[in-house]
Design a protein around this ligand. Structure first.
Ligand SMILES: [Zn+2]
Length: 159
């Protein structure tokens, strides 16, 4: 089943871009945030999505969002295991964030300082944390989840 319609995605992205050729227009876009919503929304390609990738055009500052498949396949921005990492800490706020999530959280300013970044990196494969470490990890994970999980319908649209 191929439901990610490239022509529809292109028709959405091109008018928001400076270049009129998709192959160069897509290079104008950068990832500025991700969110997981609990109700379905639509990617510009027509596909129902829960995973939202917010993108901004570097040249004209336009913003929009696409789903996690289209951002990788068509826009060419690799989100790696970012959403898997997010879903893992959503299911268990004591879980370890993976590399892609740690990098994203740091870039987005969800981590307060380099110490938090180093802590997440050093403990990303650790099964046993001290009570203090566990406490710290939960605190950071909740902060990340607060920025990335949308419970109210349409909350992300008010940006
Ligand atoms: Zn799509």
């Amino acid at each position: 089943m191929e439901s990610h319609n490239f022509e529809r995605l292109k028709a959405h992205i091109l008018p928001l871009s400076v270049s009129k050729v998709f192959e160069t227009a897509r290079l104008e876009w950068q990832l500025v945030g991700v969110e997981i919503s609990e109700e379905f929304d639509q990617c510009p390609c027509g596909q129902d999505i829960l995973d939202h990738c917010y993108i901004r055009n570097r040249l004209n500052r336009a913003t929009t969002y696409v789903g996690n498949v289209c951002i990788n396949r068509f826009v060419g921005i690799d989100t790696g295991n970012l959403f898997e990492g997010l879903k893992r800490i959503q299911a268990d706020p004591s879980a370890n964030a993976n590399d892609d999530l740690i990098e994203h959280a740091y870039r987005m300013g969800y981590l307060y300082d380099e110490k938090e970044y180093r802590f997440l990196k050093q403990t990303k494969l650790k099964r046993k944390l001290s009570p203090a470490q566990l406490n710290w990890k939960q605190k950071i994970n909740r902060r990340i989840l607060n920025q990335t999980i949308v419970q109210r319908r349409g909350a992300h649209q008010s940006r």
